[in-house]
Ligand binder design. Structure first.
Ligand code: NIG
Ligand code: FE
Length: 424
């Protein structure tokens, strides 16, 4: 017997349809398609149809008679949210550094003194597989309660072949065990290990000649990312690492222009990266090149908020034709949050995005940023039934009321996994 699910009477059903072939840009980012009194019919984990409740009821009476039903009266239904940039798998927290930053120390000061990413690297190297698994699983549970059904997850706190692989293996096991889908990124080039401080080229060679081939051989990652930043990896080293990944089938991503302008956006365009992320200090030329070369801009306003920095120029990027996605950047140093809805609030309040644009940026454009738009990111016939139901009567309320969790129900592959804010 087929598993059938019928969600009906949604005050607003937001489909974000029509952007599957290419990411939404410019005005198209505002086209989210709102169906009042909406319904979704799901069979065997896939969306059969979407429309007004009465129309769907009239079209599929037999199936609906056998369906499990969810009444979404007064609620808003959206595609399951997608977080396209997280540092999910790591050990420990860094609240001590937060206290130091509140006293005036900068993020880079702390990292250069052996803290920051190095502190989390020490904790992650020391952690057992089981410990990393449990910590990361707890984070995924919270993501799910915030309406997220797919995350990208980066390595980069191992900084040696053994420990990078440990992180990626944890992500792989979580992908098998957890409701949330995980798309993995290798980020061995996240920091120069302290031992290589005076000879960073040695580590670049290790990443290029040992880590990338082995990670690719084991099929542990889809993407290859690098922290291109003054004092970390230069544009030249970053290019070498991203080109090496390409030779092994790993698609480039890049942490670009996060702290200082460093031609990261330009590099993303030149190497054909699927996305350039952060972009707080991206140059106008870099933005133009990204638009021309179809590089998605993954913006992480939680990081600007938490580092008390200038926000990325989302308005300029969208108006110039960059497809923008939003993400938490969940990590213990620069963005310790698991709330993508809060990031949506910041998108509107701090980056001048419209409520419609932030929905596009956390659904279909986020799906494009991780190469999954063919199966997720919108509520359309044939797509995987990943659906989030918010306890608000309209989508505007999502970007209006902030710092609260409005998620009521989460459906993953057609199965209600959170109902009434509780795990099932
Ligand atoms: O995206 N910038 C580099 N990586 C992370 C921060 C990692 C950390 O501080 O632990 C980021 O901001
Ligand atoms: Fe990051």
């Amino acid at each position: 017997m087929a598993e059938i699910l019928f969600i009906k009477h949604a005050a607003q059903l937001i489909t974000v349809e029509g952007h599957t072939a290419t990411p939404a840009k410019k005005q198209a980012m505002n086209k989210i398609t709102v169906i009042e009194n909406g319904a979704v019919l799901v069979k065997d984990g896939r969306i059969v149809d979407v429309g007004e409740t009465s129309a769907i009821e009239a079209k599929y009476p037999e199936w609906i008679a056998h369906a499990k039903q969810i009444n979404a009266t007064n609620k808003t239904v959206t595609p399951g949210l997608i977080d396209p940039h997280t540092h999910l798998v790591h050990a420990g927290t860094r609240e001590n550094e937060y206290a130091m930053r509140l006293q005036g120390k900068t993020y880079m000061d702390i990292m250069n003194a052996g803290g920051g990413i190095h502190a989390t690297t020490r904790a992650t190297q020391e952690a057992s597989f089981e410990q990393l698994y449990e910590e990361s699983k707890a984070r995924l549970d919270k993501f799910l309660l915030y309406g997220v059904t797919t995350v990208e997850a980066k390595s980069g706190y191992g900084l040696s072949l053994e420990h990078e692989i440990k992180q990626l293996e944890v992500a792989k096991k979580l992908q098998q065990d957890h409701h949330i889908d995980i798309v993995s990124t290798f980020m061995g080039a996240h920091a120069i290990p302290l031992a290589d401080k005076n000879n960073p080229e040695r580590f670049v060679e290790e990443v290029v000649n040992e880590m990338i081939p082995e990670v690719a051989r084991r099929g542990l990652a889809t993407f290859n990312d690098v922290f291109c930043e003054r004092g970390v990896f230069t544009p030249k080293q970053s290019r070498r690492i991203l080109e090496a990944g390409k030779e092994h089938g790993l698609i480039p991503k890049i942490h670009a222009d996060e702290i200082e302008p460093y031609a990261g956006a330009e590099l993303a365009a030149e190497v054909g990266a699927i996305s350039a992320d952060h972009l707080l200090r991206a140059s106008d030329q870099g933005i133009e090149q990204m638009a021309e070369r179809d590089v998605i801009g993954v913006l992480l306003p939680g990081t600007a908020f938490f580092l008390m920095a200038e926000f990325a120029e989302a308005r300029k990027m969208i108006d110039r034709g960059v497809a923008v996605a939003l993400s938490t950047d969940a990590n213990p140093g620069s963005s310790p949050t698991l709330s993508l809805p809060f990031i949506m609030n910041l998108g509107c309040l701090k980056m001048g995005m419209t409520p419609e644009e932030v929905l596009t940026a956390t659904t279909i454009n986020a799906a494009h940023a991780i190469g999954r738009a063919d199966t997720i990111g919108s509520l359309e016939k044939g797509k995987q039934a990943d659906i989030t139901i918010f306890d608000v009567p309209n989508y505007l309320t999502l970007s209006y009321q902030y710092g609260m969790n409005h998620v009521d129900t989460v459906i993953k592959k057609g199965v209600p996994v959170v109902v009434g804010k509780q795990f099932q």
